[in-house]
Design a binder for this molecule. Structure first.
Ligand code: UT7
Length: 336
């Protein structure tokens, strides 16, 4: 079976699906040796504990709207659509340091959309998956025709290069997907939520107002209780993904590809094992080259597997985002 079996009742329904994906990686590749110049660590420890070998860091011109626009241009082209076709741009990010204009509006301007609604979505590493849920609702309700969902991050702006618990994990980049109308379900029901018991496990414990009031105060870098998040993710990711597959009416044996948020290879491998996914399933492990790109990691991984031919048109793809909050969302997608 290669389709979703979602109960629709007797009312005729409009469906949505991803029509095209694209991604953008900054030019500068940073290896573990370079990271270890500023922290007490070694490349072998980083590789063994996280699976990460390299990540990309953006330069000054590689802004969040600009990287998002480059990824979006590829997604629009893959979808056979144009900026003028977009009714809405949703940009998921946790690292945009400007409040106005919204990153989504700046991205829309760079793309040359014709009056598309544009807003930012703040759900950290679950942002893109939350964005797909929003896009699916907008298209299936008739509120929008084509929605661009972008994840774009400059984690290097909010991560302390001298903090050994976070410096090696995060990277920069962007990914995008065009969501449009479809004849059959292409985005399964989203299983999502927030486990607020872990509210402070990934946080900026200091605020920008503190910095305004005291110029000598520390920059409000991202802090993470890594082991706490790791333990939570090991249990939560497989559970939420299995629920998403069930909600879509898709047995796990019919999944062709697994594209979870790229935080740590050990978390991905544990989820594969717990769900008992077949060795024939294409599993995204782009965290090895990209690090953890937060809200951009799922579309970056989706595009990488699609471009490499490991995800083929019509494949059922199980995907999930998870991170600060602790928030999560998972859904089954029909590959474009
Ligand atoms: O994207 C949002 C979701 N985020 C995640 O899912 C991240 C989840 N967490 C993780 O991926 C892992 O917790 C890390 C990769 C961040 C860390 O791996 P870990 O196996 O959980 O390490 P740990 O924090 O439990 O530390 C183990 C040991 C400690 O030493 P002792 O107490 O055992 O002597 C740390 O001090 O490793 C030490 N350590 C380091 N050693 C070398 C911590 N950081 C480093 C380091 N280099 N950078």
């Amino acid at each position: 079976m290669t389709s979703m079996n979602i109960a629709t009742g007797s009312t005729p329904r409009r469906f949505s699906r991803i029509l095209g994906v694209g991604s953008y990686r900054p030019g500068r590749v940073v290896d573990n040796e370079e990271i270890c110049r500023l922290i007490d660590s070694d490349p072998e420890w980083i590789e063994a504990r996280s699976g990460i070998f390299t990540r990309h860091f953006a330069d000054a011109g590689e802004t969040i709207p600009a990287m998002g626009a480059r990824a979006a241009e590829k997604a629009l082209s893959a979808a056979g659509t144009h900026p003028a076709d977009l009714s809405c741009v949703v940009l998921a990010t946790m690292s945009y340091l400007h409040q106005a204009p919204p990153a989504a509006a700046a991205c829309a301007a760079e793309l040359g959309t014709h009056g598309a609604a544009a807003f930012d979505l703040g759900a950290a590493c679950a942002g893109f998956s939350h964005g797909l849920a929003v896009a699916n609702s907008l298209v299936t309700s008739g509120q929008a025709e084509h929605v661009l969902v972008v994840g774009s991050e400059r984690m290097s702006d909010i991560v302390d290069p001298r903090d050994r618990s976070t410096a090696f994990i995060f990277g920069d980049g962007a990914g995008a997907a065009v969501v449009g109308p479809a004849d059959e379900p292409g985005i399964g029901p989203t299983v999502w939520g927030t486990d607020t018991e872990g509210l402070h496990a990934i946080e900026q414990s200091r605020s920008f107002t503190e910095l305004r009031d005291d110029p000598l105060a520390r920059w409000p870098f991202l802090e993470m209780a890594g082991a706490t998040v790791f333990r939570w993710a090991i249990g939560a990711v497989a559970e939420v993904c299995a629920q998403a597959a069930e909600a879509a009416g898709v047995p796990l044996r019919d999944i062709a590809a697994f594209v979870p948020h790229q935080a740590n290879v050990r978390i991905i491998d544990a989820a594969v094992k717990t769900m008992g996914l077949s060795p024939s399933v294409a599993v995204a492990r782009t965290v090895r080259e990209d690090g953890n790109v937060s809200g951009a990691s799922v579309p970056l991984a989706l595009d990488t597997l699609t471009a490499g031919g490991r995800i083929r048109p019509g494949d059922l793809v199980l995907t999930a985002g998870f991170g600060s909050g602790l928030g999560y969302s998972a859904q089954v997608l029909l590959a474009p």
